[in-house]
Design a protein around this ligand. Sequence first.
Ligand code: SF4
Length: 167
Amino acid sequence: MTEQTTTKKLRVGWFSFSCCEDSTVVMTELLNDHWQEWKKFIDFRHARVLKSHNVMDEMDVAFVEGAIASQKHMDELKEIRAKAKKIVAIGACAVVGMPSGQRNQFDEKTWAEIQHLIDRFKHLPKVLKVADVVTVDASVGGCPMNPDQFLAVVSGALEEFGVVSKK
Ligand code: SF4
């Protein structure tokens, strides 16, 4: 059981890079069971899946899903790192770069076939995991993410940032 220690809410961002966004689907499904509790404790500053008006400002925790495939992604991720006290990599694509990074394993012939797409969309020569670009504080593995691990990370963050205490 938990109790709120202050009126402070956990400032959270949810971001998706190159991926199928199935961990976003898992997170929204978890809201079915946890919305009443989370709306008391969590201030979603930036979560495009939940709201249309998003703010990119100071966050306690940024959850980052997907692999990093372009310079634009790298720049956005560095901005998130600068604004978030804690970054949590969400799902295998963010944690190890796969399966979204499968072009890293293409042979020469296949690379020649996709090179024009890499150039047109200004993609990086190699797809990166989140930890290749910024420091990652915690990870939730799985494809999509393991929901129990995610809930444990959320609970830990609520305590770590002084929003709730265990009774
Ligand atoms: S880890 Fe799996 S579920 Fe998550 S974005 Fe990658 S492919 Fe999709």
